[in-house]
Design a protein around this ligand. Structure first.
Ligand code: PEP
Ligand code: MN
Length: 262
């Protein structure tokens, strides 16, 4: 196909975008913002572990309209208070162009979820702002389509884009999605875009998160996204994949140990 801007531009690294020292990024936090108390407890613990990016959805794209849809604007205000309390950078999804202003006011990074990767009107609007965006790969999309979706944002003038591979749908049902590990070097050979790997939504489970995380980083991923909840069993969504605080701390220790040994 024709040469794309995403193939030619020099994109800022995640560390450059936020003035952070070099190193892999961890974005962690609950699937959804359920209450200020819950988010506060998770954020405090993550901060102690050295995590800089706090995630948590206020607008939840649920398969069933009868499932918990998120706290909406109130959830965004909770994220804002908690990020300030712990001096963390907040990442949260919006699904509608009408919520871009809320995203810019209350978070540091607007997330576009997998289901909206090809919501082209949303992508075009995000291209018109000067604000970091995490764009997750659609679960039924090719790497080329992922890059073309990115092109919608970048061609509008916003180069603050971070990609996120979160698995694609295949016949394999041992994991929630199939993590396409090849996506990382494919993106890296075609562009300078930063890319994260979301272990939680790729796998839908946490028992194999550590080896898969190592593979993702070995493939050149700039960081990882993980769901962490105070009491995963009582979580309002994605119970099976959310780590509790102890599991997360152990995961991080193991991951760092390996890096130091290497
Ligand atoms: C999320 O990160 O909260 C989420 C819903 O993930 P995805 O869009 O990848 O399914
Ligand atoms: Mn989730």
């Amino acid at each position: 196909g024709e040469k794309l801007l995403v193939q030619e531009l020099a994109f800022p690294t995640i560390n450059e975008l936020f003035g952070l020292p070099k190193g892999k990024i961890i974005v962690a936090g609950p699937c959804a913002v359920e209450s200020e108390k819950e988010l506060d407890a998770v954020a405090r613990s993550l901060k102690e572990c050295g995590v800089r990016f706090l995630r948590g959805g206020a607008f939840k794209p649920r398969t069933s309209p009868y499932d918990f849809q998120g706290l909406g604007e109130e959830g965004m205000k909770i994220i804002d208070r908690v990020r300030r309390r712990y001096d963390m950078l907040a990442v949260s999804e919006i699904m509608d162009v009408r919520d871009i202003e809320l995203g810019m006011r209350y978070t540091d990074v607007i997330q576009v979820g997998a289901r909206n990767m090809q919501n082209f009107s949303l992508l075009k609007e995000l291209g018109r702002i000067d604000f970091p965006v995490v764009l997750k790969r659609g679960m039924m999309t090719t790497v080329r389509e992922f890059l073309l979706a990115t092109e919608y944002i970048v061609s509008g003038g916003n180069q603050k884009v971070i990609l996120c591979e979160r698995g694609i749908r295949t016949f394999e049902d041992s994991t929630r999605n199939t993590l396409d590990i090849a996506c990382i070097p494919l993106v890296k050979t075609q562009s300078s875009l930063p890319i994260l790997v979301d272990l939680s939504h790729s796998l839908g489970r946490k028992d194999i998160a550590l080896p898969v995380a190592r593979a993702a980083l070995a493939c050149g991923a700039d960081g990882l996204m993980l769901e962490v909840h105070n009491h995963p069993r009582d979580a309002k969504c994605d119970k099976a994949q959310q780590m509790d605080l102890t599991e997360f701390r152990t995961f991080l220790e193991q991951l760092n140990k390996r890096e130091d040994d290497a």
